[in-house]
Design a protein around this ligand. Structure first.
Ligand SMILES: *Cc1c(COP(=O)(O)O)cnc(C)c1O
Length: 417
């Protein structure tokens, strides 16, 4: 069992099979020392192999210019192929079912163009209440675009009175209660505020049972928890890669589309030349012929400099393995939870589920009062965590680079407040 001592934390670090990865990252500094960085759920740290990877592309651009499309070390024409293997393992799908393009909210819109096609009575979108604002705005404007009133066309599933988390049974019930009118269930994978990991498989099943599509925003799940998107029959998903995936601010988004749509070349989508089959892409002729798979949703030229950091970062994920990361993550978050429970005077409630199967690497600490003041104080002492209205400090130990000693040091600072 866990112990609250620096010696014990050091012992756990020594036994950690992933300990060598910490050294591969740059940490922000606080008074000449590494800050205690627990903000990987907002912006993952820079890994040291990124600069070299960028230099490779810079050199190729410098030396090859237009010829880099075919002859660069990583030919730019096929740049997105670099991501398929790693992402298919991480997201639990085939290589054909995954691509990278654009940014997350843009992709949510593009995917809704394909998967939200209201017809007759079926025009509603069901989502979680308290979804990330960008998702709310995207859904709001999509239903307006189709001529509906958001108040009527959006169903939000909320926690029960006095509760902060959603119950799967309530989500399923809400889907069944609106079986005739829901066109799309669009849910998060992990809620950004509570840190709750939803039961993606059950939600997908419930949506399919009533004849609706099921799509997921996996911004907080990608690189955090192992997923089985294909096996769970998820229709589509998108995620960003600057949170747990460490690919840098605003970096490219990942997209998953189930193979049955990828193979259906008639399936509606907004097209551009990068989604056209590679064979005829440069024929410059009329008539869009989509590539098979998720690639057929690409629109524009691969944005090499917006993807290169992800390429470098995924090399580390390949080496560590998402299953190993998850094992460490459960232990690390468990240790943090154990330590926080030794501080009753802190007067904070962990609103994230206690069950490791219902959460990822994040604990959301809800302070009834003084949350902002506490946030300010711990920031001054070198802890990097973020504050989210109302009253929550989110603490996210990323198993790729955080240590058990980080957890202990965080605890020590809180204890001495
Ligand atoms: C971080 C996050 C976003 C951000 O979207 P961008 O288009 O990348 O700015 C959207 N949705 C969720 C759920 C997020 O966590």
């Amino acid at each position: 069992m866990f112990k609250a001592s620096i010696k014990f934390a050091k012992k756990l670090d020594k036994q950690d099979p992933l300990k060598k990865f910490r050294k591969k990252f740059h940490f922000p500094k606080h008074k000449e020392k590494k800050a205690i960085y627990l903000c990987g759920n907002s912006l993952g740290l820079l890994s040291k192999n990124v600069k070299k990877a960028i230099d490779v592309e810079i050199e190729d651009w410098k030396k090859l210019a237009i010829n880099g499309y075919l002859h660069a070390s990583n030919p730019w024409l096929y740049y997105q192929h670099n991501f398929k293997k790693s992402l298919s393992l991480m997201m639990g799908c085939s290589e054909d079912e995954v691509t990278v393009m654009n940014a997350l909210t843009v992709n949510l819109h593009l995917l809704m163009f394909s998967f939200y096609r209201p017809a007759g009575q079926r025009y509603k979108i069901l989502m979680e209440s308290g979804a990330f604002p960008s998702d709310q705005y995207a859904v709001e404007t999509q239903v307006r675009f189709h001529g509906f009133n958001p108040v009527e066309a959006i169903i939000e599933v909320a926690p029960r009175e006095g509760e902060k988390l959603l119950r799967t049974e309530d989500i399923v019930q809400a889907i069944e209660d609106n079986e005739e009118s829901i066109a799309l269930v669009l849910f998060g994978g992990i809620n950004y505020y509570t840190g709750q990991l939803y039961d993606i498989e059950s939600i997908t099943q419930a949506a399919h049972k009533i004849g609706a599509y099921a799509g997921f925003d996996l911004a907080h799940a990608a690189g955090n928890v192992p997923l089985l998107l294909h096996q769970w029959h998820v229709d589509f998903a998108a995620w960003c890669s600057y949170k747990y995936l460490n690919a840098g601010p605003g970096s490219v988004s990942g997209v998953y589309i189930h193979e049955k749509f990828g193979k259906d070349l008639e399936f509606p989508r907004l097209a551009g030349w990068w989604g056209n089959e590679e064979k005829t892409r440069f024929a410059m002729e009329k008539g869009f012929i989509p590539q098979q798979g998720a690639d057929g949703w690409n629109i524009s030229t691969a944005q090499v400099f917006n993807m290169v950091a992800l390429k470098a970062s995924l090399e580390l994920f390949d080496k560590a393995g998402i299953e190993q990361l998850r094992l460490k993550s459960i232990a690390l978050t468990g240790y943090l939870e154990f330590l926080l429970k030794l501080l009753p005077d802190l007067n904070c409630e962990i609103i994230t589920p206690a069950d490791p199967l219902q959460r990822g690497a994040q604990l959301s600490l809800y302070f009834r009062k003084n949350a902002k003041e506490i946030h300010k104080k711990i920031t001054e002492q070198g802890i990097v965590v973020d504050y989210r209205e109302p009253g929550v400090i989110r603490v996210a130990p990323a198993p790729m680079y955080n240590s058990f000693v980080d957890m202990y040091n965080f605890y020590e600072i809180l204890r001495n407040l």
